[in-house]
Design a binder for this molecule. Sequence first.
Ligand code: NAI
Length: 338
Amino acid sequence: MKEFAGKICFITGGASGAGLGQAKVFGKAGMKVAIADIRQDALDNAVKEMVAYGIKDEDILAVKVDLTNREEFTAAADKVEEVFGGPPHLIILTAGVNSFGPVEASTFDDFDWVMGVCLHHVVNGLLIFVPRMIKAYAHKTEFHVAATSSGGAFMAGSGCGPYTASKAAVNNLIYSYAEALKPYGAGATVLCPGNINSNIGDAEKYRPEHLRNTGYHVSEGTMAHLRSIHAQGIDPVELAEILKEGIENGRIIVMPDRNPEGWAAQLRGFHEVIEDYTLTRAEREAKAARQMEEMQKAFSDDDKEEMSRPPMWEVPEGAEPFGKARKDLDWVDPEKRK
Ligand code: NAI
């Protein structure tokens, strides 16, 4: 998709972080932008930020919606058609939440919350919008489907299993849609960022009441720690510019940097880990030992000194390690408990 001006864009999770960056970039490109999010205060603030960024008020629609609820999501899609005069030409399914803890400590609530937002809202978005988009635009004008996944889609997540499982599924779905939409003259793209300067570290604050039985240790301190890490991530507007370039050029996977050689190396690395799962345990351990030895040899004295220094960012007052199990789960390895 190359032409954006005058067209309609629908962005989930558009009130914050990556989604708000996308709203600014595609709004600046001349699109009418609908942002859908569960938090009204964040939506109000996002609209102000978009206007300050130079996007016209009449080109913005903010919709409060729980995207895991299919009736609400369908009503939001109807609202966009009513206000902007047609279905979106571009959907970007970006809303997401995360929670860290040993996967073996996960509860049904942990899976239902994370998979509900990260995977099932993407399914909802595809099923609600794609038929409308095909009917309105196939062979007439360009249209495109995008989702925000994660680098986590390519790896196992023993400390965030529901999240990486949901992202792996999102990637696979988008590959399917990229193939499926070709005959209609449309495309699909999945964005796979690393760390983003966003508010995802605070997601636990608005976890729905009925899904609050977590197996992980969550506190103000763990959220403060996550915030300090995400503060080092890529700027959401820069990330959205990278996504825009990817959509313009028909990329199916977009990695969070502008260097294609860097992407290829990253993807080969992810792939090798999966390939190694087919080795026997003894073969894997021997390979890991060999690699460690080679790495040690390759480190210069400067590298070693650099690695012995504390991390670049400060862990704020009151922060505590995230990724631990709930203390009362006495069957979980004590190292993995609070
Ligand atoms: P964020 O927390 O700043 O934005 C996510 C938005 O989704 C929030 O505004 C939130 O209210 C909304 N949301 C959550 N549940 C919802 C629901 N049920 N219905 C409607 N809206 C809902 O977080 P961020 O980081 O910008 O996340 C965007 C995407 O980027 C997510 O899919 C996330 O998994 C992905 N990602 C984030 C990374 C990071 O380091 N922050 C790294 C890689 C991927």
